[in-house]
Design a binder for this molecule. Structure first.
Ligand code: PRP
Ligand code: URA
Length: 209
């Protein structure tokens, strides 16, 4: 079973409060999502393996460390996942970015895939699937299935807010995938929105309705 980590860093929790607040406008919402994504990326990359190398400092030779192991791939789920990409890229600028386009049919709540474009070497990368919301889990589940079908071997999922239903689906379908959240909320409402949640992440990021 994949692990679920709720990242309780005070800065993440503080900023999430403003993200949830319906009075927060588009500009500030977008900035806060970007900042929280960066903070979450900092937290979830703590376990990346290091290797020792030697460099010449202006003074002498130093044994020091660089990242070893697999390279990173970021996979935002369109559209709302895009709002988290730049924040993560500030910390991991060499990461490749693949895109999975999915929207939730408002009637059935089932995800519909409309676009996919991935780095050619996803099988050699540690992939981080990014989406602010994990509600029924349908979108993340389908995105992860799509990635695995195309060769992905190592996948983590990073979301701002999840409902228990979404976590359960991903854990059941993808027990190899660890899930990183800023908050695990109470439930879904009858329209499939996370309660208390933050509303529609895509609409709030892009000022649509
Ligand atoms: C939202 C959100 C997730 C999905 C979560 O996207 O960004 O992708 O819903 O719901 P689920 O877990 O029940 O699948 P939406 O379909 O609204 O598309 P958008 O990002 O283009 O606004
Ligand atoms: N998608 C969103 O953007 N918000 C929710 O609460 C659920 C799905």
């Amino acid at each position: 079973m994949g692990n679920v980590y709720v990242l309780d860093h005070p800065l993440i929790q503080h900023k999430l409060t403003y993200i949830r607040n319906k009075s927060t406008g588009t500009k500030e919402f977008r900035e806060l999502v970007d900042e929280v994504a960066a903070l979450m990326a900092f937290e979830i990359t703590r376990d990346l393996p290091l290797e020792e190398i030697t460099v010449e400092t202006p003074v002498t030779e130093a044994k020091t460390k660089i990242l070893a192991g697999k390279k990173i791939g970021l996979i935002p789920i369109l559209r709302a996942g895009l709002g988290m990409v730049d924040g993560i890229l500030r910390l991991i600028p060499a990461a490749r970015v693949g895109h999975v386009g999915l929207y939730r049919d408002p009637e059935t709540l089932k995800p519909v895939e409309y676009y996919i474009k991935l780095p050619s070497d996803i099988d050699e990368r540690e992939l981080i699937v990014i989406d602010p919301m994990l509600a029924t889990g349908g979108s993340a589940n389908d995105a992860i299935h799509s990635l695995k079908k195309r060769g992905a071997k190592q996948i983590r999922l990073m979301c701002l807010i999840a409902a228990p239903e979404g976590v359960e689906l991903v854990q059941q379908q993808h027990p190899d995938v660890d899930i990183y959240l800023a908050a695990l909320d109470e439930k879904l409402n009858e329209k499939g929105y996370i309660v208390p949640g933050l509303g529609d992440a895509g609409d709030r990021l892009y000022g649509t309705k």
